[in-house]
Design a protein around this ligand. Sequence first.
Ligand code: HEC
Ligand code: HEC
Length: 183
Amino acid sequence: MKHTHAPSTTRLARLTRLALSLSCSLPWMLASGASHAGEHERAGRVPPPKPYVQECAACHVAYPPGMLPAASWTRLMNGLGQHFGTDASLDEKDVRLIHQWLMANADTRSRASAPVPQDRITRTAWFERKHRHIEPDTWRLPSVRSASNCMACHTGADRGQFGEHDLRMPQGLSARQRAAWDD
Ligand code: HEC
Ligand code: HEC
């Protein structure tokens, strides 16, 4: 998949909505780390630079910076040409701007120094713990496809909201998967 710089109308609409919600609400900033760690020092962050919202949310949600340690963000930003099987390259200026912001807002808890497999949020220890009740097959449902697809279950993921009020069961769960979900 090639990353196109001409946004479609739907993408534009989504981005406009996102931009609006970013400019007038705090939750996005708070949610980055606070929602998974309940930490206070993550409050009062600087909002993301424009290219982060525009470019890094083109193929998936703009993942909150506090969900990965700085070392992972650095590797990701240095390897955008080969980004999980796709080309997500950006011009140098945007890379620098985004990288700086990610570094300033990365996960700094002591256990964040542990290496993260594939630099994936979905492979961090905290992610696996938070999702341990989810049946393995649930991730492979057509309505989910990948754990990276946060929006399948977290309807507020594009606003950085991952709390229980913004959760939905993805379509197509079996009775067993439902039971596990409700656990
Ligand atoms: C051209 C599409 C595209 C663009 C643009 C893009 N990504 Fe990705 N990204 C992907 C794909 C595909 C995956 C893998 C998703 C999967 O495994 O289901 C991914 C995965 C990720 C993951 C790991 C998610 C997980 O599983 O925990 C991170 C972090 C990430 N991207 C960050 C970024 C950042 C930062 C940018 C902007 C500099 C960006 N992406 C831009 C396509 C893209
Ligand atoms: C298949 C559905 C599903 C997908 C996809 C999914 N999650 Fe979750 N997530 C859940 C459920 C269900 C919970 C609640 C678990 C519980 O409370 O026991 C949860 C909990 C969380 C929490 C903890 C919230 C809190 O208040 O404690 C965070 C943070 C989170 N998810 C982040 C993510 C991120 C980031 C992604 C994408 C990279 C993602 N999730 C993808 C279903 C999903």
